[in-house]
Design a protein around this ligand. Sequence first.
Ligand code: ADP
Length: 354
Amino acid sequence: GPTRPTARGAKAGGAAASRVNSGARGATAAKKGTASGKSSKSDSVNGDGDDGKTKKGQYEGPDPDLAEMLERDVLETTPGVRWDDVAGLTEAKRLLEEAVVLPLWMPEYFQGIRRPWKGILMFGPPGTGKTLLAKAVATECGTTFFNVSSATLASKWRGESERMVRCLFDLARAYAPSTIFIDEIDSLCNARGASGEHESSRRVKSELLVQVDGVNNSSTNEDVCITHDRSMRRLEKRIYIPLPNFESRKELIRINLKTVEVAADVNIDDVARRTEGYSGDDLTNVCRDASLNGMRRKIAGKTRDEIKNMPKDEISKDPVAMCDFEEALKKVQRSVSQADIERHEKWFNEFGSA
Ligand code: ADP
């Protein structure tokens, strides 16, 4: 049929993402099967158009309470992250565009041998932009974004985890096209085989895998990307998201300083050189800390009342200067250890496919 699964999301290093691309459930799926000249507009992927009975976001599954909870806790209507907000990672962006964005724009093209990757897994050290990339994909595609942490899946609704996973996918279909992002997925998967593995965690994993298989076997257009082991091999494309290199660190610093005034003495090259091994998240912390130092100096030794009565422009007057960075660099250390990097690189050598 014309409605082939498109779209893939991704993420790891403790995470996974999923693109749910169409509202194919029950009768709707049959309907979709008969729809021929499908337009390439992403909205039309919502497959519920014929009778207008089902509105976007209208959950019709067996767990309305759970669905309501998920809508409240994990649905982000506007992640608002653009490609340009993500520093570096050019190859990851290109792959995601090819695997997720373009298939949504031209589903007719991405058929047969050109069918999109079933899943793209992003893995790598924490704080390197995987979540950000998933959000950018959702923003660029105009998809509904579900941001779920594995801890939530495993513990918050313990005993109801499988129901929750099913409900999550039902809900994502109701909001289709959707992107499901599952963070810290290795907290589920790493426990595999270990004696302390929770029964509930094992069941969540199984249910996720059922959903992955559903993606492969039906026209429901879903993708779940799960890290590690057996489940990891189900993903056709795996990309390593590394710590930022020198150029990316410069870009990161510039992105982070977009909203503040920067003094002429700030040497971004120098900061970038001295932050080798820092993750994007670490660099954001450096910039945030540096940008607050001016205010800290201004209010040092003052009483609360004096601070309250200071003119606002007095506090914000000084641009962020190099000395602010000097202080921030002393305080903010790199968060990813060499052992972490080696572990991720070992994964990549074993599982990587890019
Ligand atoms: P991950 O999902 O890989 O653990 P995140 O995407 O959540 O990391 O990144 C955490 C924060 O670090 C982001 O909100 C952003 O401020 C910053 N950051 C990390 N990597 C990048 C990047 N490549 N470009 C821009 N900001 C980044």
